[in-house]
Write a protein that binds this ligand. Structure first.
Ligand SMILES: Cc1ncc(COP(=O)(O)O)c(C=O)c1O
Length: 471
């Protein structure tokens, strides 16, 4: 390649990777020539080549800008206007989810299908040091010390963290659990009975569906906008027609869509549910992973009736290995505490103490700032790569936090087939089938972008695009 072609190819690849954003101004011809040590005429030739390819445009008196491409957007799943009768469904997704998650562990596979973040940047060695020190100094602790609601030192740290993030919490409401999974299960069990109907977002994270499945309840999938969250209008019309016992939502950086529900809509949702005296189970595991300047508001902060049962964990922000989560169950605290006792007696002490020591003495905020920055960059890079490599008609979500991208493939592509073909090539994806009890989203996949960008990931995306196009 000539020098000008090499420069043009470099810039084009930065655009494709989302490093240079649509509408962003390119460095001037003179700056580029100085920085790259190229002649002005070489840079001009490169820029005009990119113009002719439609990658950039020149604006009189202003310079060169990345051109806006016709954008593919994630679609609102289901019509926002809710049909007269929305049917609830039995839930049977856990077998599929378990078998899929097992394959994600397979040796050497590209972990695009993993629900967990890349562990590499997480402060595991620091937490282990705290655990070792605790084990050395206190060999005689007993589970009795940490009976529900949990270890007092950890409970204090969780309350402090909530306060720093703008949610004033009474420490006596905090119940430590085995991950957010146990918190979600116990909260649902506290508010509903087998056979009850539970409203969920659509698509929804499968842990919500599992909790419903475990209790023999029914799921009612409410249309959910990929930017603003569960349709409040839809839910209102459903509540006018049928009995719903509880509602399960993930207002901040929902898995799989990645949206952050605007505060005004959170307030409206809490109000609507309060009018019907319906408890809401809020899953907030991604709240520390925001890309904006401030921590998102919890649904719970709009609740004045104790009807929001808040669930979270350290699995996404610190470590999933210790399985430490918690619930703030509002007016259901006593029931959830009793269920916790009946379910697992206590949560393991050592992980509780090690995390409490880490939170008290170490650099949690520094660690979080680093991972948030990486995720925000990779969200753009992965979306750009998917739109580049996947067949025309593919749409992607625009996550506001977290580390998953929702990809809607053209109608007719079967995500389970794509999953199987990709697995043969040691690439994993999360098939859309896992996110609905009704068997929706069969042409969607969820991709994890927490791992550092690499040639391996780019090649895997190119291969997935080819496999999808072939279908
Ligand atoms: C949205 C969401 N909720 C809950 C969980 C489960 O969290 P934990 O590992 O703390 O049980 C996960 C983990 O994948 C998740 O992504």
């Amino acid at each position: 390649m000539n020098l000008y072609e090499t420069l043009a190819a470099d810039i084009e690849s930065q655009v494709a990777r989302g490093v240079l954003l649509e509408g962003e101004k390119l460095p001037s011809v003179r700056q580029t020539s100085q920085r790259r040590g190229l002649s002005v005429s070489t840079v001009l030739r490169a820029y005009s080549l990119l113009e002719s390819k439609g990658v950039i445009e020149s604006r009189p008196q202003s310079g060169h800008f990345v051109r806006a491409r016709p954008r593919a957007k994630a679609r609102t799943p289901g019509a926002p206007a809710v049909p007269p009768l929305v049917l609830s469904s039995e839930v049977d997704v856990s077998r599929l989810v378990l078998s899929t998650l097992r394959t994600i562990r397979s040796e050497g596979a590209v972990p695009l299908g993993s629900p967990y973040p890349d562990p590499a940047p997480f402060p595991w060695p620091r937490i282990s040091q705290y655990a070792n020190a605790i084990a050395r100094r206190s060999q005689h602790w007993s589970v009795i010390d940490d009976l529900p609601p949990g270890n007092p030192q950890l409970i204090r740290q969780i309350a402090r963290r909530h306060m720093e993030n703008g949610l004033a919490v009474d420490p006596s409401e905090i119940i430590v659990t085995v991950g957010a999974t146990e918190a979600i299960n116990l909260c649902l069990q506290a508010v509903a009975r087998p056979g009850d109907t539970i409203a969920v977002e659509s698509p929804t994270f499968y842990a919500m569906l599992h909790a419903i499945e475990r209790m023999g309840m029914r799921a009612l999938e409410v249309p959910t906008d990929p930017r603003t969250g569960i349709s409040i209008e839809g839910l209102r019309s459903i509540l006018a027609q049928q009995k719903v016992t509880a509602c399960m939502v993930m207002p901040n950086f929902q898995n799989p869509l990645g949206f952050q529900m605007p505060d005004e809509r959170k307030r409206e949702l809490v109000q609507l549910l309060a009018e019907h005296d319906i408890p809401a189970i809020e899953n907030d595991v991604y709240s520390e992973l925001y890309y904006g300047d401030t921590h998102p508001t919890a649904l719970k902060s709009f609740d004045h009736k104790g009807l929001v049962l808040y669930c979270s964990s350290f699995s996404k922000s610190l470590t999933a290995n210790y399985r430490i989560g918690w619930a703030l169950p509002g007016r259901y605290t006593a029931q959830v505490e009793k269920l916790k006792f009946l379910n697992t007696l206590t949560t393991a002490s050592l992980p509780q103490l090690a995390i409490a020591d880490y939170l008290q003495n170490d650099g949690y905020d520094r660690h979080l700032r680093k991972v948030r920055k990486g995720y925000a960059e990779r969200a753009r890079m992965m979306a750009a790569a998917v739109l580049r490599f996947f067949p025309a008609g593919t749409r992607v979500s625009e996550p506001q936090g977290g580390y998953v991208l929702w990809v809607e493939l053209p109608e007719g592509v079967d995500a389970m087939k794509l999953y199987a073909l990709a697995l043969e090539r040691k690439i994993t994806v999360g098939p859309g089938h896992m996110f609905s009890a009704r068997g929706s989203y069969t042409n969607c996949i969820r991709l994890n972008f927490s791992y550092p960008w690499s040639k391996e990931i780019e090649d895997a995306l190119r291969m997935l695009g080819r496999l999808a196009a072939h279908q």
